[in-house]
Structures are given as structure tokens and as C-alpha cells.
Unconditional design. Sequence first.
Length: 149
Amino acid sequence: MIQPFDDFYFMKKALQEAEFAFDKGEIPVGAVIVLNDKIIARAHNLTETLNDVTAHAEMQAFTAAADFLGGKYLKNCTLYVTLEPCQMCAGASYWTQIGRIVYGASEPERGFVNLKITLHPKTKVISGVLENKCSQILKRFFIQKRNLN
């Protein structure tokens, strides 16, 4: 039997959030947090809107999920994010003790993998889910940004 709520399904939901960010002129990164095949938090980058360098999609999603659950630990949750988390977001994921991180596009310069940032020992990571789509929205954003300047 086909599982309708798989990593691709939820990454598409994160991509919808990235589109919302794109439409607002934010770097198009989207995130959703899932518990038992149910989205409990949705977020996208808001650094420009809030004039806050910490307002990354993941940080917004962690706050919303913790509020939904009434607690700070996300042990049984999965974070779906369109871009590999940076060191700040990876550090925050450590403190949430999130069970899984699934990301789309890699971030070779600022991503946690090449920076060798340690996640929580129980956190599982899956990379490259819908990687091309996740990369394309970022490329489209920066091409448009360059053409406007």
C-alpha cells in the first residue's frame, strides 16, 4: 500500500511555505514540523519582515511546534525544511531534541553538514528530498534579486 504522507508529501508542504517567503521578498526557505503524519507547525523565513536575523523558517517552526505541544521538546517530530539548516538552526534543533530532520537542498557554505555542527545524538537526518525543486526556488529568487539591483 502506498503511504500518502511520506517525506515527499511533507516536503511539498515546506515548498509551499518557501513560495510564501518568495512572494514576500524573503529568502525562500520553508519548513513544516510533523507529528504522527500531521503538520503541527508551518513557517517560512521572516528575517526581512521582522528585521530579525534569527527569524529563519526552522526557528519559527520550532517555536510554533513547541507552542502547539505545550513543551519545548520535539522528540517524536520531523522537521521538513527546503534548505539544509545553518549552524544556528542546527543548534536549536539540538536543544529541541527533534527526532528527524529532512531537508531538500544542500547549503555547502553555511549548512551544518560541512560546518560539522553536532545534532542531538538521536536525531536522524535525510537529505536531498525534492532537492531540485528546493534548489530551483532559491536560484529563481537570487536571479530575480540580481536583475532588480
